[in-house]
Design a protein around this ligand. Structure first.
Ligand code: ADP
Ligand code: ASP
Ligand code: MG
Length: 410
């Protein structure tokens, strides 16, 4: 007998019938002789609806009250699932994040889990209960309720799996696994049998919303076997694991994309050696996440510094730069919104030079201009105009033969 953590996302608990379906899947796992912890998200689009209520009342609602509000969504689904299980004769107890012992940093809206006290979950499991835990929430010191960032229920599940030394963590969702790219947008996307932690971490960070990036980080750090699978279909999903077998070791395994990117250019920076550190320290202190950075010298011996940010952060970025103009020593600022990031990811790139060149060729052949580039050992990211985003993804998906490859024969 082992401990299994199952996580069901919003669509999977979106109605009474679906909660019933989740209850059946939980009972199946129990009947295999396992102790089961279930993590659930808020029903359907509840979290979006709660956000919309808040913004109708306030342009800039307090982050503390947002957490208080958003955590109610998960509290609905945990109690309903407990009732559905109890109605079938299965002992079950629902717990909010704090009741489950999930401690986080004292940051509202995007807190990291710092510790999980597993005592209560273990007691309940050992007394024969299915334990149902509210996803995406925890408690900081000073008894403040926090949330882990949108999509954070995945992280709750994997962190609990680590804290309970579970045998496995299954992420049940509305697709049958991790695909070569988002199947909702690209019809030829194909389900992967497996993907390595590192590849999945890049894909998740670069916009593949199927897993919360911090969930993958936890899974890698604690070597938790993870499987992404469908809550509706009975079929094997995608394993996320340390090493993926050689046959499957494609050069490019997946393509991620992310809209709402803005490029900001700081022109005529004069304070020499320290210009980069001053600008990015100032932005970091204000909680602004900067992605790709490009620095270029001008003939007048000043520097231009371009960087990409999420478009939602634009107003704050411009305000922070303007407030520090004297200290930073620049002439002017330009920005371009309406951009998107398209990235190819694969561990096979380490030993295959020329993948970036091939990507640029494909984009050029499709008359898509690349505005910014960044690379790591296992990824190449490009920033393009967002109107060309899907065209770029489809062209790359075809060029790197992601639709049909050796994996299908394995
Ligand atoms: P949940 O509510 O179950 O957490 P999410 O909406 O967060 O579900 O994640 C599932 C969605 O992720 C899918 O419906 C799909 O559109 C999207 N997605 C993005 N990239 C991928 C990918 N590479 N493979 C599978 N799904 C992806
Ligand atoms: N309900 C939260 C959200 O919509 C958390 C999650 O679904 O993982 O972001
Ligand atoms: Mg999700």
């Amino acid at each position: 007998m082992g401990i299994i953590v199952q996580k069901f996302g919003g669509t999977s608990v979106g109605s009474v019938e679906r909660i019933q379906n989740v209850a059946n899947r939980v009972i199946q796992e129990v009947s295999r002789g396992n102790q089961v912890v279930v993590v659930v998200s808020a029903m359907g689009k509840t979290t979006d609806e709660l956000v919309s209520l808040a913004t109708q009342l306030s342009k800039n609602p307090s982050k503390r009250e947002m957490d208080m509000l958003l955590t109610t969504g998960e509290q609905i689904s945990i109690s309903l699932l407990a009732m559905a299980l109890q109605a079938q004769g299965q002992q079950a107890v629902s717990l909010t994040g704090w009741q489950a012992g999930i401690k986080t940093e004292a940051i509202h809206g995007n807190a990291r889990i710092v510790d999980i006290d597993n005592t209560r979950m273990l007691e309940l499991l050992n007394a024969g209960n299915v334990v149902i835990v509210a996803g995406f929430q925890g408690i900081a010191s000073e008894a403040e309720i926090t949330t882990l960032g949108r999509g954070g229920s995945d992280t709750t599940a994997v962190a609990i799996a680590a804290a309970l030394q579970a045998d496995k963590c299954d992420i049940y969702t509305d697709v049958t696994g991790v695909f070569t790219t988002d199947p909702r947008y690209v019809k030829s996307a194909r389900k992967l049998h497996s993907v390595s932690y590192d590849e999945m971490l890049e894909l998740a960070n670069l916009g593949a919303g199927v897993l919360h990036p911090r969930a993958v980080e936890f899974a890698k750090n604690y070597a938790i076997p993870l499987e992404v699978r469908s809550s509706m279909e009975i079929e094997n999903g995608t394993r996320v694991e340390e090493e993926v077998s050689m046959e499957n070791n494609l050069v490019v395994r997946g393509i991620a994309f992310d809209k709402e990117i803005t490029r900001v250019t700081v022109i005529g920076v004069t304070n020499g050696l320290h210009s980069l550190s001053t600008i990015f320290t100032t932005l970091a202190k204000n909680g602004i996440n900067v992605d790709i950075i490009i620095q270029s010298m001008t003939s007048a011996n000043t520097t231009n510094i371009s960087f990409s940010i999420q478009t939602v952060d634009l107003d704050e970025t411009l305000a922070v730069l303007a407030a520090n103009k004297e200290n930073l020593g620049f002439e002017s600022i330009e920005h371009e919104s309406g951009l998107a990031k398209v990235s190819i990811v694969g561990s096979g790139m380490i030993s295959n030079p020329g993948v970036a060149a091939e990507m640029f060729e494909v984009l050029a052949a499709n008359e898509i201009q690349v505005k910014m580039v960044s690379t790591s050992e296992i990824k190449v990211s490009t920033v393009v105009e967002d109107v060309y985003m899907l065209k770029a993804v489809e062209a790359l998906h075809a060029a790197f033969k992601l639709e049909a490859n050796v994996e299908q024969t394995v």
